[in-house]
Design a protein around this ligand. Structure first.
Ligand SMILES: [Zn+2]
Length: 273
């Protein structure tokens, strides 16, 4: 089997996240407060809740570091702690959130809330850093700014560190295949209607990787500030042009493809048939 097809089909339905608008009562929960989080849990051992708190605080530091936000005055304040709701069972989570069976965690960006359940698969490696990435990025640029889905999902997926490299290499491998999507195509994707989700997430994060690795974190912070400071009627592409001097999306696409093209395969990378 062609290795690209094998990768795509094995993981195609796994990463689908959405903004969630659940109304959850905050009574009858065990509550633990730490620096940047309040963890509401039901039926979780104190060891598990401690583990969630430790991982969340570590992810917070890592995400701020990766995006260049660490130490910035405008980043974060004490009254905006993120709430993490841990339901006791998958069923209770699905009922409360209205989440479909395949849902791997949900988030409400503007309420700064993450919903999950105890012992959720991949919670620490992927779900938690992904959802925190969404909230932290939007906290900085503004929850009401209109951005392409690939930028939101690219930043959030970039925070799944354990899968970052393989997805960047997947994007590079895809360039030789018909499934590869240019930024023009990626930009047409809307939440809930993503074609080939695993390819979408992999390529989106590799664009964020391109921006961070090629131009550095200071430029990325400048890009985020320009997005945050956009006036009504101005689009995010103005922030892109002013920060990176791209004339438009096609120039961004060209730079990104060249970056992928020139990226070496590492020894551990599977080769195409
Ligand atoms: Zn997401």
């Amino acid at each position: 089997m062609n290795i690209i097809k094998a990768i795509i089909t094995s993981v195609i339905l796994f990463f689908l996240y959405g903004d969630c608008f659940a109304q959850i009562s905050t009574t009858l929960w065990d509550i633990k407060k730490v620096d940047h989080f309040i963890i509401y849990s039901r039926g979780a051992s104190s060891e598990y809740v401690d583990k969630v708190a430790r991982n969340a605080e570590r992810d917070y530091v890592d995400i701020a570091h990766d995006l260049g936000f660490s130490g910035l005055n405008e980043f974060w304040t004490w009254d905006k702690r993120i709430k993490i709701y841990l339901f006791d069972t998958k069923l209770a989570y699905q009922k409360a959130i209205g989440a479909p069976d395949w849902s791997a965690g949900s988030v409400s960006f503007n309420k700064r809330e993450i919903y999950a359940y105890v012992d959720m698969d991949n919670f620490f490696d992927t779900v938690l850093p992904h959802e925190l990435g969404h909230i932290i990025f939007r906290e900085f640029v503004g929850f009401n700014k209109k951005l392409p889905l690939w930028l939101d999902e690219g930043v959030a997926s970039y925070m799944e560190r354990t899968r970052r490299h393989e997805r960047i290499i997947l994007s590079k491998m895809l360039m030789r295949h018909a499934e590869f999507m240019t930024i023009d195509i990626l930009s047409k994707m809307i939440r809930g209607k993503i074609l080939m989700p695993e390819i979408f997430y992999a390529e989106s994060l590799s664009i964020v990787d391109y921006l961070l690795q090629t131009f550095g974190k200071d430029k990325f912070v400048e890009f985020c500030r320009r997005i945050r400071d956009l006036k009504p009627g101005q689009t995010w592409e103005l922030a892109l042009r002013e920060t990176y001097k791209f004339k438009g999306l096609s120039e961004l696409n060209h730079g990104w493809e060249e970056y992928l093209e020139n990226m070496p395969f590492t020894e551990s990378t599977p080769k195409l048939n």
